[in-house]
Design a protein around this ligand. Structure first.
Ligand code: AGP
Length: 608
């Protein structure tokens, strides 16, 4: 996901722009750039790699200007390079930064080349600058030229523009990629994330699809696509809270792992009472509508999808409701059959993931009972586009690898299952057990942190391996999937999860004495079968690292058995996630990867 920030101020904005980009570094990027618009000229600086490189260039050049735009790029069209970095310009008068994907870029490239434009980069974004310039050449004002340019675009975009002939102004446009306007003191801002202007503004206007904005240091104007003024509700966000630091931890991911007891407590707080969920915690009318739910369609990506897979059993048991679960990127292409009284549920930490957002937009055209979003960002597009929602209240998650987002999503999904069960007035006893387990979860998660001392003993034994297998049965297979994803995305070691019973149907061929096999072995109805699956690994010389209950029957010759806290039936999957997060983190630390910003990854993937 690219980061955008623009500022029009009574003071020089260079530092504001660079600091804003630094606060968005967690989103992942490969290059950064800015352009400053002052009386005499536009000063454009671009660098590859970290924002610190751009900062160094700023210190060297010392440019001063009272308005400008800046961008961190996560490459989608064209490799990471100086020429592909934003801002892009047309004829040195129009400069743009863009987040999103323009799907008809080939057609536009051909049209603009035929019109005589020399296209310098491989990006789709540069074409926007030429479209605006071309419209201005045809006599339109800068705002009209921007509005006209967006009519030629198919796809998603949030755009900020400066025109050297309109000093002190920033123009913006929003369609399917997040963009907001922030009001400061003698200065105003545009940004793709409130975090970028944390501490500079608390008063925001969240632009909607089809909105345009023109800001100066004194004024904010918002327009519709007809060029007529529109009013958007002012949203107050305490961005000082958005200011995040590592609080003494080595990495954001480490901090976010150990924040989970508090984060899970926050996800539950104010939503349960005396052993049951409160009514309408997903929004007005939700409890009344939920008693009609006959089926649930989940869509999500990555870790958020694993949350849905883990929660499926809770919905079947507590709500007697079958669940369909799709990768968001696959969902709408399979032409899903939508049966009556099916609830559509999106799960997303960022609330901006393009694949999930696209699935939500598809669902809005179908006859679902309603759309629920479970996300961690109240100002996100998904939250705004849904009928009902619940915020996980985990606090900003900066590490690209999701940790507290996952466990708080599971808490929120448990609340959803209980809400539907209550609305249907079924399984009251099981629901009370689920709520009791949920309320006890933070303390058990804290107890699970004690496993770190055992995990420290095995880190070096795994850190030099090339592959790892993760095994679980039942609901613990999706926890194993989440553990394998954590492991691979921050250690860069290939890790794959399998249902333990599936091993003998092929994957067992991977097992030899060099293969670490991580297994989840709670004392449940499947433990006997799991024991025999692990015997298959032992007999091939595989090394077993097993997280389970003390009374388990598993005898380990090579590897280690690590005792898990005694959990409740409903909270065990959440608690069993913790050692897998710690294992991934400690191995990545040992290897020395940039684990808060793993290579090739972004925190929120706003491109399909
Ligand atoms: C998981 O650690 C990754 N960060 C990634 O799989 C992530 O879960 C996925 O991109 C979905 O993001 P979202 O929850 O913000 O929609």
């Amino acid at each position: 996901m690219c980061g955008i920030i623009g500022a029009a101020s009574s003071r020089s904005v260079g530092k504001i722009l660079v600091n804003g980009l630094k606060k968005m570094e967690y989103r992942g990027y490969d290059s950064a750039g800015l352009v400053l618009n002052n009386e005499s000229e536009a000063i454009q600086l671009k660098t590859l790699g970290k924002v610190a490189n751009l900062e160094d260039l700023m210190i060297e050049k010392k440019p001063r200007a009272q308005s400008g735009i800046a961008h961190t790029r996560w490459a989608t069209h064209g490799e990471p390079s100086q020429k592909n970095a934003h801002p892009h310009t047309s004829n040195g008068t129009i400069y743009i930064v863009h987040n999103g994907i323009i799907e008809n870029h080939d057609e536009l490239r051909e049209r603009l080349s035929n019109d005589g434009y020399k296209i310098e980069s491989e990006t789709d974004s540069e074409l926007i600058a030429h479209l605006i310039h071309s419209n201005k050449e045809n006599g339109k004002s800068t705002l009209e030229a921007l509005i006209e340019a967006t009519k030629a675009l198919d796809g998603a975009y949030s755009i900020a523009v400066i025109d050297t002939e309109q000093n002190g102004k920033i123009f913006a446009a929003k369609q399917k990629s997040p963009l907001l306007v922030g009001r400061g003191i003698e200065e105003n801002f545009v940004a793709s994330d409130p975090l970028a202007i944390a501490g500079l503004s608390e008063s925001f206007y969240l632009l909607e699809d089809g909105d345009f904005a023109v800001i100066t240091q004194d004024e904010i104007k918002i327009f519709g696509s007809d060029g007529e003024g529109v009013s958007r509700e002012e949203t107050i966000i305490d961005t000082r809270v958005k200011e995040v630091s590592k609080d003494g931890y080595k990495h954001f991911m480490e901090k976010e792992i150990y924040e989970q007891p508090k984060a899970i407590a926050n996800a539950i707080e104010g939503r349960t009472t005396e052993g049951d969920v409160l009514d309408n915690i997903f929004g007005l009318g939700s409890s009344e509508s939920f008693n009609r739910v006959k089926r649930i369609q989940f869509v999500a990506c990555g870790t958020s999808l694993h949350a849905a897979k883990t929660a499926r059993k809770w919905f079947e048991e507590l709500c007697e409701t079958p669940c369909y679960i799709d990768f968001a990127s696959e969902y709408r292409y399979r032409n899903p059959l939508v049966e009556d009284d099916t609830l559509f549920v999106c799960i997303s930490q960022s609330g901006e993931t393009a694949d999930t957002m696209a699935a939500l937009n598809y669902a809005k055209e179908e006859k679902y009972l309603g759309i629920v979003t479970i996300c961690n960002v109240p100002t996100s597009t998904m939250a705004r586009e849904s009928d009902w929602k619940i915020f996980t209240n985990a606090g900003p998650e900066i590490g690209v690898a999701s940790t507290k987002a996952f466990t708080t999503q599971l808490a929120a999904l448990m609340l959803l299952a209980c809400s539907i069960s209550k609305s249907k007035d079924i399984n009251g006893e099981k629901r009370a057990e689920a709520i009791e387990d949920l309320v006890n979860t933070p303390a058990l998660v804290k107890e699970a942190f004690g496993l770190k001392k055992h995990i420290d003993d095995i880190v070096e034994k795994i850190a030099d391996k090339k592959n790892a297998l993760y095994l679980g049965r039942g609901v613990y297979f999706s926890i194993a999937q989440e553990g394998a994803l954590k492991f691979k995305e921050i250690t860069y070691i290939h890790a794959e999860a399998y249902p333990a019973g599936e091993l003998k149907h092929g994957p067992l061929a991977l097992v030899d004495e060099t293969t670490p096999v991580v297994a989840l072995a709670p004392e449940d109805e499947l433990v006997e079968k799991l024991v025999s699956n692990l015997e298959e690994v032992k007999s091939r010389g595989g090394t077993l690292y097993v997280f389970g209950n003390a009374t388990s029957k598993i005898k380990i010759e090579k590897g280690k058995f690590m005792n898990m806290p005694d959990c409740g039936y409903y909270n065990a999957p959440i608690v069993y996630t913790i050692p897998l997060q710690i294992l991934a983190y400690e191995v990545a630390c040992s290897i020395g990867t940039d684990l808060d910003q793993p290579r090739n990854l972004a925190k929120s993937v706003t491109v399909e």
